[in-house]
Design a protein around this ligand. Structure first.
Ligand SMILES: N[C@@H](CSCc1ccccc1)C(=O)NCC(=O)O
Ligand SMILES: [Mg+2]
Ligand SMILES: [Zn+2]
Ligand SMILES: [Zn+2]
Length: 487
């Protein structure tokens, strides 16, 4: 059987083609424009398919996707986006989505100058599915027709890293336990020269991580602390970046059990760990400069006879005592010990943690962006700038001493692991901040609970199919690249 190929081209909102599409139509006696005039030119993110266009010479399957406004800005202040590149991501994704179930072997995509990376990202993020049977319905191969192949490959790698995070997050909790997570990550990352070290229960206890252990002891699954180390070919900044990611492979809430509706989504409560390891994966695939260490504490949060009970007091690695009034606020218990461990043993210049930490973050910003909590304006600016480029945005949130006062002191301990509902994401950030010494590394906490999965019914962002998103892997990788490249 002959290979089924679809050529993908682009047009703009004012019903004008790209120069390449214009030439193509001319060479086919105007057949493409004739087809588009009949079908109607596609709007942004829409597609039209001209099957077996035989008007002149060789028959060709041609898909035209709408790339939005011709004069889209490189920085749109209202949307805080590189709009031109985001439009390219959306258009490339729409093209791939439109070919679902049509038994397409190969997509050959026109490259838009300056948007090659974004197109590869949109196309390859759109192509990915968790289920093999669904993946089989998508176009098998996506290749560029013309132009900057290196930039295209940069996008292919970025999408591959985010798709790895999606795989880790989407996997059912029985198939992605702390042990399996470490195995899967090591299997994928070790061949790229990333040192992967898995620590178990004994290490966690011997390192006095009492808060982390208090959550883990409620489950029969052994907790793990996974450490990744990647050194690029050079390190222009001379700095060490440490990434930390919450890895709760299932969060039932513990004794403060969650409602059963949609509890299955809590298989992705290890999203912070997934995007953290996938960022290191992206950097290593790109042979990016810099020195990086990633730490992901992994455990299950279940109700059981050995689980934390509301009111229990546990002691963190730094000696601080914590009253566990809500066992569902477990992420900060894993993270606080890991932050202390990072400061003590790695002594990094900067720490960025990622965590599906609070329902309050979902309420605050929904699916639009991750929340960034930091006392470093420089770090907030750099993280925000990375999101503008990748289209996977970061928004700075407040974390003040007034938030800290809501959780400390507790009645029976130095800190409470929960506080008032109001400002819940900020209160959690203030809790975490207490574990990074003021004279220690620069520090930012990303609450990624809102961007964990897609927006039901709205497919937001459009180039990511329904389910767990792997966000903001590409933004973290972009931040790391920019941070490590600056002197
Ligand atoms: N696991 C965290 C966050 S749960 C937030 C969420 C819910 C549904 C879909 C996506 C994310 C947790 O348990 N936090 C405790 C809390 O917010 O009270
Ligand atoms: Mg999972
Ligand atoms: Zn929880
Ligand atoms: Zn959780």
């Amino acid at each position: 059987m002959t290979e089924k190929i679809v050529y993908v081209h682009f047009s703009y909102d004012d019903e004008t083609p790209t120069p390449v599409l214009e030439e193509l139509s001319k060479s086919r006696n105007g057949s493409v424009f004739a087809g588009l005039n009949s079908a109607g030119w596609p709007g942004k993110g829409e597609t039209r398919i001209l099957w077996n266009d035989t008007f002149s010479g060789e028959g060709r399957n041609i898909l035209i996707a709408g790339a939005g406004a011709k004069n889209a800005k490189d920085y749109c202040e209202i949307e805080m986006l590189n709009e031109r590149r985001e439009n390219a991501r959306v258009a490339a994704g729409a093209a791939v989505n439109a070919l679902k179930g049509l038994k397409v072997d190969k997509v050959l995509m026109e490259l838009l100058p300056g948007c090659e990376t974004a197109q590869a990202e949109g196309a390859h993020l759109a192509q990915w599915r968790y289920k093999e049977t669904e993946l089989a319905k998508m176009p098998k191969l996506i290749e560029p027709i013309n132009g900057a192949h290196d930039d295209w490959m940069t996008g292919v790698r970025a999408a591959k890293a985010q798709n790895f995070a999606r795989y880790l997050m989407e996997s059912p909790a029985n198939l992605m336990t702390p042990t399996i997570f470490c195995e899967k990550v090591t299997e994928r990352l070790n061949p790229l020269g990333i040192k992967c070290t898995t620590h178990g229960k004994d290490f966690i206890l011997s390192e006095r991580m009492g808060a982390f252990w208090s959550v883990a002891k409620g489950s029969a699954e052994e907790p793990k602390l996974l450490k990744l180390e990647y050194n690029g070919p050079s390190n222009p900044s001379g700095k060490t970046i440490c990434l930390v990611g919450k890895g709760v492979t299932f969060d039932a809430g513990g004794i403060s059990i969650k409602p059963s509706a949609n509890m299955d989504a809590m298989r992705a409560d290890m999203g912070g760990a997934a995007v953290t390891v996938s960022t290191i994966y992206a950097l290593a695939m790109a042979k990016a400069p810099g020195k990086y260490v990633a730490l992901t504490p992994l455990a299950e949060n279940l109700p059981s006879g050995t689980a934390n009970k509301p009111g229990d007091v546990v002691t963190a690695r730094n000696g601080m005592t914590i009253q566990v009034d809500n066992t569902d606020a477990e992420g900060r218990l894993l993270l606080c010990d890991t932050l202390c461990y990072a400061c003590d043993t790695i002594k990094p210049d900067v720490i960025v943690d990622s965590a599906t930490l609070t329902g309050a973050m979902c309420v605050a910003t929904g699916w639009a962006c991750a929340g960034c909590f930091t006392w470093s304006t420089d770090l907030a600016t750099k993280l925000t700038a990375a999101g503008v480029e990748t289209g996977d945005r970061i928004w700075r949130m407040p974390v003040f001493n007034s938030h800290k006062k809501k959780i400390s002191p507790a009645q029976l301990a130095d800190l409470n692991n929960t506080g008032p509902r109001w400002g819940g994401a900020c209160n959690a950030a203030a809790y975490l901040r207490s574990f990074v010494p003021a004279d220690g590394p620069e520090y930012a906490h990303l609450d990624i609970a809102g961007v964990m999965d897609t927006c039901p019914g709205a497919d937001d962002p459009s180039y990511i199919s329904k389910g767990m998103t792997g966000r903001p892997t590409r933004t973290l990788a972009e931040f790391c690249r920019a941070y490590s490249s600056s002197s």
